[in-house]
Structures are given as C-alpha cells and as structure tokens.
Ligand binder design. Structure first.
Ligand SMILES: [Zn+2]
Length: 237
C-alpha cells in the first residue's frame, strides 16, 4: 500500500533511478575494459552491436591500446567531412550512425591509428610498407596522367598527409571517379590519402573481413606486417 504523502518521495526516487539508468547507458565499460562515454545522443543498440563485434574480432592486447571511446559531434568532423578520429588513447566517433557494420569498421579503422603509434617502429621501420605505398602512388600517377590529370610525379611520392593532395583526390577528382582509377591498386580511394591511411584501411579490412584474399593481394606488405607484428606479439603474451 502506498500512502498519498509518499508520492513526492516516490517521484524523486523514480527520477533518481531514471538518471542512474541514463548515466549507466551513457557512461560504461566494455568487457575488455574500454571506457565508453556517450556525449551526444546516439542509437545505443548500434553502439552495443558494433562494440561486441570489435571485441570479438580484434585481439585483446590490441584493444588495450584504447582507453576510451567518445560518441558525439566534434568540430573536427566538419573540416574534412570525417566521422571519426583518434587522439591520445581516445577514439572520437560521430554519434550520427545508421549501420552497426559501418560503425564496427569505423572503430577498427581508428584502432589502427592507435596501433601505428605503439608499434610504429615494427610496422614502418624496415620501409617495406612505405615502398609498397609509393609504388602504388606512382601507378596512380600514371593512370591519372593518362586520364588528363597532368601533375608531377614528385607530388605523388610524399607519404605524409598533404592537404593539397587530399583535396586533389577528394574534391578535384572525387572519390566516386577515383574508385575507378584506383581499383586494383588501392583497397579504396581513401587508402591513397597518405601512408597512415594506407595502413589503417588495410588494418580495418583485415579485422572486419574474414576473407583475407583481397587484402593479401592488394596490400601484401601490410598483410604480412599485421600477421607478424600483431600476432607475434599475441604469442609472446
Ligand atoms: Zn584514418
């Protein structure tokens, strides 16, 4: 039996419980210990599905590189129409999501950038991935040249991110058209952006696609590095 005078108390209790549930939904830890914070409203079921896929597919010692994932809207997204970025142990992911598989791929792609920092020497130290990337950039240069985009090859052999080069691919040519030119050379148009994106796109494909035939064929050096660096490390544990 509930006395009438208890109603305000009851209301307070319910409000407090609702706030606690909301807090639990907006601020929680995954089974592998990643802190997840929902800064702006997001479709929670998509987040949960994507995160459980990440934890199922990516080795635990790699997940340890990630301290926190924040879902929200950040001004950095607007500059380059991005949906995610990595900075100092934290993944910043857009709260505007429509598909759990796409979100899963986005998270794994950003994990690649964390891995690159931790295993920088092991991944890039022997210059093999760099050589593979430059070889592909030269191929792309030749195809673009033949298609009317006459630019010096020197513009194509810089492995670092270069805004002018990014704008050439992304705006001047456009990814839709570039997908055709880059088919069979790069895993996607975005992979041609710079060395770091070349690695991250291949890393994401490796862990989100159980069939490794394509990645093995299109980016053999990255494929071998992931096998040796990531899995050797796992054996050491
Ligand atoms: Zn990236």
């Amino acid at each position: 039996m509930m006395l009438l005078m208890d109603l305000p108390m009851m209301k307070n209790y319910i409000q407090q419980k609702q706030a606690e549930i909301k807090e639990l939904q907006n601020n929680f830890y995954t089974t592998s210990g990643i802190h997840v914070y929902i800064k702006d409203p997001v479709e929670l079921s998509l987040v949960q599905k994507a995160l459980s896929k990440v934890e199922e597919k990516v080795p635990f010692h790699i997940l340890k590189e990630i301290e926190m994932i924040i879902f929200g809207w950040f001004s950095e997204f607007e500059e380059r129409e991005l949906r995610a970025f990595y900075d100092s142990g934290t993944l910043y992911i857009s709260n505007v999501q429509y598909d759990d598989i796409e979100l899963f791929e986005t998270i794994v792609h950003e994990i690649a950038h964390a891995v690159e920092i931790t295993y920088g020497y092991e991944i890039y130290g022997d210059g093999k991935i760099q050589n593979e990337f430059i070889r592909k950039r030269r191929q792309l240069h030749d195809i673009l040249w033949d298609s009317g985009y006459k630019m010096p090859v020197s513009f194509f052999v810089d492995t670092e991110y270069n805004q002018e080069f990014d704008e050439l691919l992304y705006k001047k040519i456009g990814y839709q058209k570039l997908d055709g030119y880059a088919a069979g050379i790069f895993i996607s148009s975005y992979a041609a952006t710079c060395l770091r994106e070349y690695f991250a796109t291949a890393f994401a494909d490796y862990f989100t696609n159980s069939n490794h035939n394509f990645i093995k064929k299109i980016s053999p050096c990255v494929y071998e590095k992931i096998n040796s660096v990531i899995y050797d490390e796992q054996l050491d544990i």
